[in-house]
Design a protein. Structure first.
Length: 184
């Protein structure tokens, strides 16, 4: 294969770039990279509200932030960009919401939704036969999270890392469509 062997180390988005100082070759985060790093935007991915097949919204493809705020929500911790985007959109809509569960990972949030505990709000692909709904802000625009790649500009494998990051961006376009490629 042309792609390099990748070993993944999960970090919270707030700490992703600190991994570069600990020896990681590239970091992917929802936070823009600090100026001392080289990098590029990877994708703009939508935030999804995930419901079970028996939920009243299971036949819909989108939900407004006002409607979503009225439901019991399963959210990620404030360390995640997804949560901060949700909080900002709710505030902009002059609304509030009830947190049923706060999770460290999107997998767990979706598992809790599949178990009937509420509506999960994450940017991940669907799991556990959950139904995704695009979340629209108070102006009718989809909520999106921006993903960035960053690396040390002086890294010995600079060209390989740049190619990897560009390939990740192309993968996102192939998987999710050209709308995710808009440059930031």
């Amino acid at each position: 294969p042309e792609d390099p062997l990748v070993t993944v180390q999960a970090e919270s988005p707030a700490r992703a770039y600190q991994a570069l100082a600990r020896g990681a070759d590239v970091a992917i985060s929802s936070a823009p990279p600090r100026r001392r790093f080289a990098g590029l935007p990877v994708a703009r991915l939508p935030l999804w509200a995930y419901v079970r097949a028996d939920h009243a919204w299971a036949d819909r493809d989108r939900v407004t932030i006002g409607e979503l705020a009225a439901e019991p929500l399963i959210v990620l911790t404030p360390a995640h960009g997804t949560r901060r985007i949700l909080d900002h959109a709710v505030q902009d809509a002059d609304a509030s919401y009830d947190i049923v569960l706060e999770c460290d990972t999107p997998h767990v949030a979706q598992a809790m939704s599949a178990s009937g505990h509420g509506v999960a709000v994450v940017s991940d692909d669907p799991r556990f036969d959950l139904h995704p709904l695009l979340i629209l802000d108070s102006t009718g625009e989809p909520l999106q999270i921006h993903l960035h790649a960053a690396w040390d500009a002086g890294h010995y494998a600079l060209r390989s890392i740049e190619a990897f990051a560009a390939g990740l961006s192309r993968f996102c376009v192939e998987r999710y469509g050209p709308q995710v490629a808009d440059r930031l």
